[in-house]
Design a protein around this ligand. Structure first.
Ligand SMILES: [Zn+2]
Length: 194
């Protein structure tokens, strides 16, 4: 299965979901193009186990994850700007979630409590993602949920630095560009004031 190179720079899987939609040049690029992409992304983020194979109508899973992403983007933006969060929009996804609680033993013998989700419908497959989004909205520290400061960049991240000082989705993608632009601006102004 060919999987595109998903961005994993957000330090949070829900914000990484938002970053599967990116800007390339002046256009929007969607890293999620097929059901396979959807499954690959969910496996990479730990929402599905490696052996999972979907068996739905073609395109269903992709369509539903894209719809969930739109809702999460809207709600994260609302929460970040201090507006009322449209909880009904996310509850429309959460209502499908069914799970059992299970005590499991990992290979190193450690015990963990997990949610074992039912996966009879595409919505149920996405339940873990919807739940993680609800958790982020409810208990996430939105001082640390940030959009990259580059206004030409649409990526989000969770700032886990001690001093809350992260400004860029990635130093190499946006931070350095900013530094270079600043340097050039300083050079220009130095020349003008000579
Ligand atoms: Zn950026």
């Amino acid at each position: 299965m060919h999987a595109p190179e998903f961005l994993t720079l957000a330090d949070d899987p829900v914000l990484d979901l938002l970053n599967t939609e990116d800007l390339v040049g002046n256009g929007r690029y969607d890293f999620l193009q097929t059901d396979d992409d959807t499954v690959a992304w969910m496996k990479m983020m730990g929402f599905l186990d490696e052996l999972y194979e979907p068996s739905f109508m073609r395109g269903d899973l992709l369509k539903k994850l894209r719809a969930l992403r739109d809702v999460v983007r809207k709600l994260v933006t609302q929460r970040k700007s201090g507006n009322a969060v449209d909880i009904a929009a996310l509850n429309a996804f959460l209502v499908h979630a069914r799970y059992h609680i299970k005590l499991v033993r990992s290979v190193n013998g450690q015990l963990a409590v997990i949610h074992e989700y039912e996966r009879s419908t595409p919505e149920q497959v996405l339940a873990g993602v919807a739940e993680a989004a609800a958790e982020l909205l409810a208990v996430g520290d939105f001082e640390r949920v940030k959009k990259c400061e580059n206004d030409k960049c649409v990526r989000w991240f969770y700032d886990k630095t001690k001093a809350h000082c992260r400004r860029w989705c990635s130093m190499s993608l946006c931070g350095n560009r900013h530094k270079v632009a600043n340097f050039r601006a300083r050079q220009r102004s130095a020349l003008l004031h000579k």
